[in-house]
Design a protein around this ligand. Structure first.
Ligand SMILES: Cc1cc2nc3c(=O)[nH]c(=O)nc-3n(C[C@H](O)[C@H](O)[C@H](O)COP(=O)(O)OP(=O)(O)OC[C@H]3O[C@@H](n4cnc5c(N)ncnc54)[C@H](O)[C@@H]3O)c2cc1C
Length: 370
């Protein structure tokens, strides 16, 4: 049912879309998703050309288009792809040359898995309250702290870690095999995400592992969000589309009262409402992603709106799909169960709906003030 996606994308994005579709077909034959993603060459989209990437710079629209296709088929594949960019973007933007050369080509080829470590056991949205510290000591930087709910923890080859440094905040790249770094997996969530906690106990890395200048940590996290937040919207559109396709498939093939469910009572209107909402979300998502590809920081408000809009739509569309499928929408192990579980966390990670709306509201009010 991909003809639903009628937005006119420039040819290089259409080519990427086709490559992503080929990949999702290939993962049904190759269960090792890391290998399948590596063989597809799509991870090159997450790094700039200078370091083995596909395009001149990391392109929000390219990442978004790929995520839309991958997320409809596998949340794990989508996360594996997206985290290569999210975990490495600060290094692309501001890492030292030796660190870039060591890690970025390996990210593009999937020889190294990336992770971004911001959240702590007691700190989520309020990132300025983090307690992990970075302390220069001779030729080294020393990291102490505990990061929690980190995607790829345990699988990652390096962590880009937000720390407190003196009065400010800094980022540092910590290789996964650094002595003093340990990983546990204390939490499982309702969706099959690779998540874990990472403890840094006096971990030492060379001074060159600092990413950006001392005190630049938040601005690099913001740059990462500005480039990648909109891609969550792409993933949400993919999930919503897959749920609608499944609901249409089921309700056109199952009959009750002598007619297909899709023609019964409010069912057709519910399906049409989902279609409408998906197209609205997709339009805003592509527009915001194209704007972010031109200037991520100046268009963060659009990316944020797309993230909120598309993830909320995905929640509604998946819920409606369950409803019109009746008991078949509740089956464990079904496609719709997977989509239901995957849509839910999207409204919380990379900025919860409410935290983003709070920030948008403050910008809006500021614009209106005399
Ligand atoms: C699947 C998944 C993957 C993740 N991966 C990573 C990762 O790779 N790296 C990483 O660092 N973290 C990761 N996280 C953590 C994620 O970033 C946090 O869950 C997120 O920042 C929200 O923090 P919290 O869960 O502690 O919620 P809290 O900060 O406790 O907020 C709870 C709720 O309070 C409300 N709220 C919070 N702030 C505001 C506000 N300013 N205005 C209005 N309402 C507000 C919202 O409703 C919010 O949902 C991941 C989380 C999930 C679920």
């Amino acid at each position: 049912m991909q003809e639903f996606g009628s937005f006119e994308l420039p040819s290089r994005y259409l080519e990427l879309q086709a490559e992503a579709r080929a990949l999702v077909v290939s993962v049904t034959l190759e269960p090792d998703m890391r290998r399948a993603l590596r063989d597809s060459g799509l991870a090159t989209v997450t790094v700039s050309r200078e370091y083995g990437g596909r395009f001149e710079s990391v392109d929000s629209l390219a990442v978004t288009v790929v995520r839309e296709v991958l997320a409809g088929v596998s949340g794990h594949l989508d996360s594996l792809f997206a985290m290569q960019g999210i975990g490495s973007f600060a290094v692309t933007a501001a890492g030292g040359e030796a660190v870039r050369k060591r890690w970025l080509p390996a990210v593009a080829s999937l020889d190294a898995i990336a992770a971004l470590a911001l959240t702590e056991p007691d700190v989520g949205s309020d990132l300025k309250s983090i307690t992990t510290t970075l302390t220069p000591d001779g030729d080294d930087l020393v990291v102490n702290g505990h990061k929690s709910f980190i995607t790829n923890a345990g699988d990652a080859d390096f962590y880009t870690v937000l720390c407190r440094e003196g009065e400010g905040y800094s980022l540092v790249l910590v290789p996964a095999d650094a002595p003093g770094l340990s990983v546990t997996r204390p939490h499982q969530i309702i969706a099959p995400h690779v998540l874990g906690d990472v403890v840094f106990d006096g971990v030492r890395v060379p001074l060159g592992h600092r990413v950006g200048e001392p005190g630049q940590g938040f601005s690099l996290v913001l740059a990462t969000l500005a480039t990648f937040r909109v891609s969550v919207a792409g993933a949400a559109v993919g999930v919503a589309q897959a749920a609608l396709d499944e609901a249409v498939r089921h309700t056109t093939s199952r009959e009750q009262f002598g007619m297909p469910l899709a023609r019964l009572g409010p069912v057709p209107s519910l399906l049409a409402l989902s279609w409408t909402e998906i197209e609205m979300a997709r339009s805003l998502t592509y527009r915001a992603a194209a704007a972010a590809a031109r200037d991520p920081r100046a268009n963060l408000h659009l990316s944020s709106m797309a993230k909120v809009g598309a993830t909320e739509v995905a929640g509604r569309v998946v819920d409606r799909a369950v409803q019109v499928m009746g008991r078949f929408g509740l089956l464990c192990g079904s496609l719709i169960e997977r989509l239901y579980r995957e849509a839910r966390p999207m409204r919380i990670y990379e900025g919860s709906t409410e935290a983003i709306l709070d920030s948008l509201a403050r910008q809006l009010i500021k614009r209106g003030e005399p």
